[in-house]
Design a protein. Structure first.
Length: 322
């Protein structure tokens, strides 16, 4: 074996070892019969009894280069019932290096997330507040410029929200889900997006049953992005969006229907891809990518259907909590 392997008996004496193990620890010529802890001197902290708690990962200084090993113990017995242990040391130096890189990236994402949630978003909200104060003092022929400032700042705030949500998903990759009340989350998002886009109409077709689905705190982002998408990509003067739910025995379907230009069948798969903006949009394409990512995490499905007489219907199917 290429991995260092050491066999010790019930008295914790080295019975056998391979060249890789002896080279790793710098074993003397008279290594056979040595006490295992003495033999494995560089691997400080090794416990004599496999039932005793102790480290399973070790560092070895190999001429100024730190190597990392993971210890695997197995009990063994010969035909006479004499017991011992087989120790296998598997090198994980490259894995540890990758983990350090990933941790650095996570730390960088944490910094980015903080910037998105506080610094950048607060400055943009301050800009829109000052722009609102200037509303009555700007000459009529300059009003279009002020409108552009307000629109650009508002869109930038939306981008920071999407970027923040994507960062949250990346930081919580593999996170646990828990039962979440559908009615509470969906009704809150409909109310919030309706208030933000008062030029359109966003309505629930009927009251939402208080069923629970297996999700997490990011579920609100699924509905917020679908509702926002339905309004922002609408080509009518007053967009109309209708939200409906269908409760099944094992799943729940949430439909977001709009009266916009619709989405061609050939674009319905790619529109959920990362960075895909679609429909000649100036956005980042993060919103629908985030929807797909979160729905996958919840073991659900999302797809697009035609609306009648025009528009698109985004359908999300999520498993119910029994």
């Amino acid at each position: 074996m290429a991995d260092p392997v050491i066999m010790i008996d019930s008295q914790n004496r080295v019975v056998d070892s391979n060249p890789a193990a002896r080279e790793l620890v710098g074993a003397p010529d008279s290594w056979r019969g040595m006490d295992a802890v003495a033999f494995l001197g560089p691997l400080s902290g090794l416990q004599e009894d496999e039932n005793e708690p102790g480290p399973t990962e070790f560092e070895v200084d190999d001429g100024g280069r730190t190597r990392h090993f993971d210890l695997d113990r197995s009990r063994i017995a010969d035909t006479h019932g004499q017991r011992g242990q087989l120790l296998v040391l598997r090198e994980i130096t490259e894995r540890k290096a990758r983990e350090e890189v990933l941790q650095t990236q996570r730390d960088d994402l944490e910094v980015l997330n903080t910037m998105m949630r506080h610094d950048i978003r607060n400055d943009l909200q301050l800009a829109t507040a000052y722009a609102d104060l200037l509303e009555d003092d700007v000459a009529e022929d300059n009003q279009a410029y002020l409108d552009q400032i307000q629109s650009a700042a508002t869109e930038a705030i939306d981008i920071t929200k999407s970027a923040r949500d994507v960062t949250e998903v990346l930081l919580s990759a593999g996170g646990e889900t828990n039962p979440v009340r559908l009615d509470t989350v969906l009704e809150a998002e409909v109310a919030e997006v309706s208030e933000a886009y008062d030029s359109g109409t966003i309505e629930l077709r009927e009251a939402v049953d208080p069923v629970q689905i297996e999700a997490d705190d990011m579920l609100e982002s699924v509905f917020r992005n679908l509702l926002t998408n339905a309004v922002e990509h609408n080509d009518t003067d007053r967009p109309e969006v209708e939200v409906a739910t269908e409760i099944g025995a094992d799943t729940v379907r949430i439909s977001v229907a709009d009266d916009g230009p619709g989405i061609p069948p050939e674009e319905r798969e790619s529109i959920f891809a990362k960075g895909e903006t679609g429909l000649e949009s100036d956005g980042t394409g993060l919103g629908l990518y985030l929807v797909q990512t979160l729905v996958d995490r919840y073991d659900g499905r999302v797809w697009i259907e035609d609306n009648e007489p025009r528009g698109a219907v985004f359908v999300v199917e999520l498993p119910r909590v029994s």
